[in-house]
Structures are given as structure tokens and as C-alpha cells.
Design a protein around this ligand. Structure first.
Ligand SMILES: Cc1ncc(COP(=O)(O)O)c(C=O)c1O
Length: 472
């Protein structure tokens, strides 16, 4: 090698490195300096260049080493497929309702209400109070904090017929959100390979939980008035099912609310078949024109297992739900909950209890009702004006969603892509069907951010539906 600048030294060392194995130690600064007749500063500069180029790494006090080049190669996890085998049943993909979207779009797809509809002040104050309490350093009993169990029991008991025994606090199991309750119920009351009757369409999360557990879904068609009792009775007889999952109040996605008469008939059918009704009262706090009337308030025989979530009405950060079941079913459910989650954070339970026992909670619910009414009516009017081809089968008197039937032949996925390109995110109805969709549908949530943009969203949907826009 000849004398030269730091660049000439670096270039000579690059050649040396190319022939050296990874991890080889470079000659010392002093010997490089001697070899090139250069000063130590020039050598250091050359070594710095090589480090900067990722060819060497210097370990202070030890020396400079040829870096092991890590080539980015695609990983092959094929062995896992061989180890796991094929899944016992196909698990549905990610639901459109769970997508996170940028702030600058009009989001009508989500399942959770916007922040401005939450009791934010109450929730923040509750967190501050709970932070100063023992709840942050203690473990609650597995079935739940006794005071919160009592609250869930008394909420249902308050609407109970006087001739029936209200649930007691010990009938309540507190859960980390009702989604986990669905999995627990499908595992304990139905079991893998056994049939579960389900309204169609129905909540995508219930369809997902059923697939995970491996229960076989038997769809019962449910329109704007709920299911047909005759269909339900036949399905119980034909399949030998022992459970029916349903949402009698403000169903997700249709918004349907069963009449008292339908509720009575369904209850009788369930009893006659010695079965359970899994009542998901997900929208208990979202009544608009009427209050939710739980079917479980008409049952003390243990046939109805009742789920009530606070996640959507308090805050997505307060994942707390109550499950009410009586008899041996309750014991099996609790055994499953112990195995799955053991207990729900006492701090979150204390926050939930703090919020729902404040007088301001009732005031919040009254204001929420007015806001939901205004948002629902705004979106309904906007769709009538700007998207008349989208047919609203009924105007829900509670809940968070409109369920729209699209003209025959519409490809809802293409429509969703076209709308998204115009800044409007919508959920296609397919996710809510336990079998093939019976038609093209959209679910639009009116509790998301920026209701002022509903007319613009309806215009975008209307334009995408105009004749001339190609269909499937
Ligand atoms: C019908 C229904 N049940 C249950 C859930 C899950 O609720 P949680 O947030 O309490 O898990 C949802 C959430 O969208 C729902 O729509």
C-alpha cells in the first residue's frame, strides 16, 4: 500500500475487509499509520468512514472489527404450518368495524362512539379518585368487585316483574368486556362441534367468537322486527341446539327491537326446548325513542344468560362488562373465566363503579340520548336527500347504526373502495352474516366523529350508487 489521504487508506482497508471473515479484527491504528506513513488522525478519519458505511464496528478500548453483514432475507415459517396443521374451522378475517382510520376521513364504519359522546369528565375524575385508593394495589375476587356485582344485579333487578326473583350480586360475573363473555358462553353453554342458533345478520364479533370456539352456527333470519318464532322453533327441533344468541334490543347491525309479544314467544320456545337464550344487551345505554327492555327481566328460571357491557358507554379504556347467569351455568361460566382471565383489574372495576354511581351519570345518559337522536336523524335525512337508492329498512329507536340495503347487483366492496377514495369510510354488511350475505348491505354508524359531515358522506355514497357507475 502506498502513502495517501484518509480516503486512500479507507479504500485499501475496504479491499482488506472484502477478503476478511466477519468479526475479523482490523490492524491497530498504530500499525495502519506505520504502514501508510500517515498520522493517527488521518487513520481515525478513515476508520470513521468505514464505520459510517456499516462495514466495520468499533468497540471502544478493544479495537475495530469487520461487521457481520446481516442480509435481510425473507423468513420461512413453513414449519409452523406443518406443526399446527390446518385450522379446525376458518376464522373470519379482520372486521371492517375495527379499522383505525386517519383523522381527515369521514368515518362511518366504527363500532365505538366518538369521544364527545362519552362521559369524559366523569371518567377522568373517577380515574383520579381510584388512583388514590387501594384498588390500584389489590386483587379483587374472581367473580368481580362485590359492589359492582351488586350494581349490575340491581340494574337488571330494577326492571324485573314483581312476581319474579331478581338476580343477586353473586349471580354476576364481571368480565373484561362482553366480547370475552361471548367466547366463554359459547365454550361453556354450547361447546366445540355443537350447534348455536344465531340471528342473521348478527354481531360480527359473535360470529368470530363462535368460529374460534368451533361451535356450528345455525342462522335464523332476522329482519327489522327480529326473528320469526316459527323459524326458531323449527331450528331448535331440527338441530337439537341448546342455545340461541340474540340481541332483543337495538340489534347490531339492524337496529331491530323485539316487541314484548315476540320476546314472550321466544322465551317460551327457549324454555320448551330446555335451552339457553344468550341475551346481548350491548346497547342498553343507547335507547333513543325508548329504553332498552331486557328480556332477562322476565326470567328467573336460569334460561336467559344476560350480558351487559359498559365499554361503549363509559370509555373504550374501561373494558368492563357484567354477565348474569343462575344455577350450575353460572358456576361453569366462572370456572371458564378463571381459566381465561382470572379476574378483571380492580382499578378498572372501581372506575366503572365510580362513574355509574355518580348522579351526573344519569344526566349524561339523558344528554347522550338527545345527541344520538340528532345524529341519527341527520344521517337518515342526508341519505334520503342524497342517496335515495340506498334503502333504509327501518329507523332504529336506539343503538348506534343504520342498516342499509343497496340495490340488487351492487358490489358493496367496490362501493366502499369508491367512497373511501372520496374520504368516506363505510362498513360493508358481509361481516355481519354468519353464512352467505343475503344481499348487498352497508352498516353506517352515526356515533362517530364529525356529524356535520354526514350530508357530505351521504352525497359521496349517493354518487357512488348512481346508475352508470358499474356494478358487479
Ligand atoms: C352486539 C355486541 N356485543 C358485544 C360487543 C363487544 O363489546 P365489548 O366492547 O364489551 O367487548 C359489541 C361491540 O361492538 C357488540 O356490538
Amino acid at each position: 500500500m502506498s502513502y495517501g489521504s484518509s480516503e486512500r487508506i479507507a479504500s485499501a482497508l475496504r479491499e482488506w475487509i472484502a477478503a476478511a471473515p466477519p468479526g475479523a479484527r482490523l490492524p491497530s491504528t498504530r500499525s495502519i499509520a506505520a504502514q501508510f506513513g500517515a498520522g493517527p488522525v488521518t487513520v481515525q478519519k478513515a476508520l470513521g468512514t468505514l464505520v459510517g458505511q456499516g462495514l466495520t464496528e468499533s468497540r471502544p478500548g478493544v479495537g475495530t472489527f469487520v461487521r457481520a453483514i446481516r442480509t435481510a432475507r425473507p423468513h420461512d415459517y413453513g414449519w409452523q404450518t406443518a406443526a399446527l396443521g390446518s385450522p379446525p374451522n376458518r376464522i373470519p378475517g379482520r372486521a371492517s368495524a375495527l379499522r383505525t382510520t386517519p383523522n381527515d376521513v369521514i368515518a362511518l364504519h366504527s363500532g365505538y362512539p366518538d369521544k364527545e359522546l362519552l362521559p369524559e369528565r366523569l371518567v377522568r375524575a373517577a380515574f383520579a379518585r381510584v388512583a388514590r385508593s387501594d384498588a390500584v394495589v389489590s386483587r379483587p375476587p374472581a367473580p368481580g368487585m362485590p359492589e359492582l356485582q351488586s350494581w349490575f344485579a340491581s340494574e337488571l333487578g330494577a326492571s324485573m316483574r314483581v312476581d319474579l326473583a331478581p338476580p343477586s350480586a353473586s349471580d354476576v360475573v364481571v368480565l373484561p368486556g362482553s366480547q370475552s363473555g361471548l367466547s366463554t358462553l359459547f365454550r361453556t353453554l354450547v361447546g366445540p362441534g355443537r350447534p348455536l342458533l344465531i340471528e342473521s345478520p348478527s354481531y360480527w364479533g359473535a360470529i368470530l367468537a363462535a368460529a374460534q370456539v368451533g361451535v356450528g352456527l345455525v342462522p335464523i333470519p332476522a329482519g327489522p322486527n327480529g326473528p320469526d318464532p316459527g323459524d326458531l322453533d323449527r331450528a331448535f327441533s331440527q338441530t337439537g341446539a341448546r342455545a340461541f344468541y340474540a340481541q332483543p334490543n337495538f340489534a347490531n347491525p339492524t337496529g331491530a327491537r323485539w316487541t314484548a309479544e315476540l320476546g314472550d314467544r321466544v322465551r317460551r320456545i327457549v324454555e320448551e326446548h330446555g335451552a339457553f337464550l344468550i341475551e346481548d344487551d350491548w346497547a342498553h345505554d343507547f335507547g333513543i325513542d325508548v329504553d332498552a327492555a331486557p328480556l332477562a327481566a322476565h326470567d328467573d328460571s336460569g334460561h336467559i344468560v344476560y350480558l351487559r357491557s359498559l365499554t361503549k358507554s363509559l370509555s373504550p379504556a374501561v373494558r368492563v362488562a357484567g354477565l348474569i347467569a343462575r344455577g350450575p351455568a353460572r358456576d361453569r361460566i366462572l370456572a371458564d373465566v378463571r381459566a381465561q382471565t382470572m379476574y378483571v383489574s380492580g382499578a378498572l372495576q372501581a372506575v366503572a363503579l365510580d362513574v355509574v354511581t355518580q348522579p351526573a351519570w344519569r344526566t349524561h345518559l339523558r344528554s347522550l340520548r338527545r345527541q344520538l337522536a340528532a345524529r341519527r336523524d341527520l344521517l337518515v335525512d342526508a341519505l334520503r336527500d342524497h342517496a335515495p337508492a340506498a334503502h333504509l329498512e327501518s329507523i332504529p329507536d336506539g343503538g348506534l347504526n343504520l342498516w342499509l340495503r343497496l340495490p340488487d347487483g351492487t358490489d358493496p366492496h367496490r362501493l366502499a373502495r369508491e367512497c373511501e377514495a372520496q374520504g368516506v369510510v363505510i362498513a360493508t354488511g358481509d361481516d355481519w352474516f354468519p353464512a352467505e350475505p343475503t344481499g348487498p348491505y352497508l352498516r353506517l354508524n352515526y356515533s362517530g366523529p364529525n356529524p356535520g359531515a354526514f350530508p357530505e358522506a351521504a352525497r359521496v355514497i349517493g354518487r357512488a350508487l348512481e346508475p352508470g357507475v358499474p356494478r358487479a
